[in-house]
Design a protein around this ligand. Structure first.
Ligand SMILES: [Fe+2]
Length: 144
């Protein structure tokens, strides 16, 4: 996004009301992880961390989907800058979401005393798409 800001002449340090809310949410996720780490067993803190990461990555993924949608409607330099940025991170952002979700699901399953698949199927199958994530999740019963 810094590259997009540079290309479009936007100020990356500009504070906006929305940015303050996003910062508050991010700091809250960090606070929740620190709280879990200082008040419970490491296994519980790991679950909290997984949930916080899945929350952040879910929003991250949605943001990039919105940027891709905006790029489709934009024209000229804006469209070019947004499309280049999306192309650069698309696969990586899919991976972040699907892999963190897989890890958190399997750690929760393990904590509930059920057979978990660790490494999660999303890792083993090197998932990079939503369809791949669905297939990996469906295959997990054969991997326990
Ligand atoms: Fe991400």
């Amino acid at each position: 996004m810094r590259g997009v800001f540079d290309k479009l002449g936007l100020d990356p340090a500009a504070e906006t009301p929305g940015r303050l809310v996003v910062r508050y949410i991010g700091e809250s996720l960090v606070f929740a992880m620190e709280m879990a780490l200082s008040s419970g067993p490491p296994e519980a803190a790991q679950l909290v961390a997984g949930e916080c990461i899945v929350s952040a990555e879910t929003k991250d993924h949605l943001n990039w989907e919105l940027i891709a949608a905006a790029a489709e409607k934009a024209t000229g330099d804006i469209a070019k800058a947004l499309k280049e940025a999306v192309e650069q991170v698309e696969e990586e952002e899919d991976e972040h979401l699907h892999h963190s979700t897989g890890w958190t699901r399997e750690l929760w399953i393990e904590s509930l005393g059920m057979p978990a698949v660790l490494l999660p199927p999303e890792e083993v199958k090197d998932v990079k798409t939503a369809i791949g994530a669905a297939r990996a999740k469906n295959a997990r019963d054969d991997m326990t």
